[in-house]
Design a protein around this ligand. Structure first.
Ligand code: G1P
Length: 289
């Protein structure tokens, strides 16, 4: 079955980026001249998915304004002759529909996904966390949609991480330690290094079968007192196949200051108008020690 819908949870507290995220929603933090969430929406649209459901929180108005082409401010920018600067964004918006679904309280990623239940129905849905931005030659969720069509069941986007970082992620246990698409035996949310059965981490990309919604309804709060998508997926994996696919591309954690810095450098180096100056600046810094 083709994947046509995507959920982007955007209601988190953004506590790792305080105070920047006190008034500004975390997905609106800029990476160069684009907000983080725009990179994620580009990944969705470039993968051929046209229905986007953004889960909003207490301060999400800026997200709605960003993807709204017809606000009073848009009119002002057009009258001021600034349409060219916005053309890329307008083109992006014209390629998808945007629906905003409120999550009244930040009760976890699983709860955020559950908020979209009535909009998804009986079909698979892509879920993309808005602070994981993936740079690669082929959009990550598009790679995963191909695997989904081939396997016909839930696919998690994963990569190996340093063992010292397993406590930050949902970790996959599988009987196949080397394959690029492995059957999930068990999932654990943010295990300690000692608890972790592997260092294969789920990096904020999911294509999930609709059976997940009934499971989420009965998933109790887990790690951090939140309803975790990892716990619900773990239950799903006991009922039907769940695959972990090692995607091509590099993931940047834009919810964390150092991850954002790495991402900034990556994206700046890809820009013709910035790359040379950045290289010169970095060479000077290295020389100066
Ligand atoms: C969430 C998920 C976790 C996943 C991570 C990827 O955690 O709960 O399983 O590995 O995203 O970024 P968060 O970073 O929102 O705490």
């Amino acid at each position: 079955m083709k994947v046509k819908k995507a959920i982007i949870p955007a209601a988190g507290l953004g506590s790792r980026m305080l105070p920047a995220t006190k008034a500004l929603p975390k997905p609106m933090l800029p990476v160069l001249d684009k907000p983080t969430i725009q990179y994620v929406v580009e990944e969705v649209v470039e993968s051929g998915i046209e229905e986007i459901f953004i889960i909003t929180g207490h301060n999400s108005q800026a997200i709605k304004d960003h993807f709204d082409n017809n606000s009073i401010f848009d009119q002002m920018l057009k009258e001021a002759g600034k349409e060219a600067e916005l053309q890329e964004l307008y083109d992006l918006c014209s390629r998808a529909s945007f629906t905003y679904i409120p999550q009244e309280e930040p009760k976890g990623l699983g709860h955020a996904v559950l908020c979209a239940r009535d909009y998804i129905g009986d079909e698979p849905v892509a879920v993309l966390t808005s602070d994981d931005v993936i740079y690669g030659s082929e959009p990550c969720i598009g790679q995963m949609a191909r695997v989904y069509e081939e396997k016909g069941h839930t696919v998690l986007g994963a990569q190996r991480v340093d063992w010292s970082n397993v406590h930050k992620y949902g970790i996959v246990d599988s009987d196949d330690p080397t394959g690029s698409t492995v059957l999930v035996k068990e999932l654990t949310e943010k295990p300690t290094r000692e608890e972790a059965r592997s260092n294969l981490a789920v990096l904020g990309r999911y294509i999930i079968d609709p059976e997940i919604f009934a499971i989420l309804e009965r998933t109790p709060p887990g790690r951090g007192g939140e309803i975790q998508i990892t716990d619900a997926l773990n239950l799903l994996a006991q009922e039907q196949p769940v695959w972990a696919y090692t995607f091509e591309g590099r993931r940047y954690d834009f919810g964390d200051p150092f991850g954002m810095l790495e991402g900034l450098i990556e994206f700046a180096l890809r820009r013709e108008d910035l790359a040379d100056d950045l290289m010169k600046f970095m060479a000077e810094k290295v020389k100066a020690g």
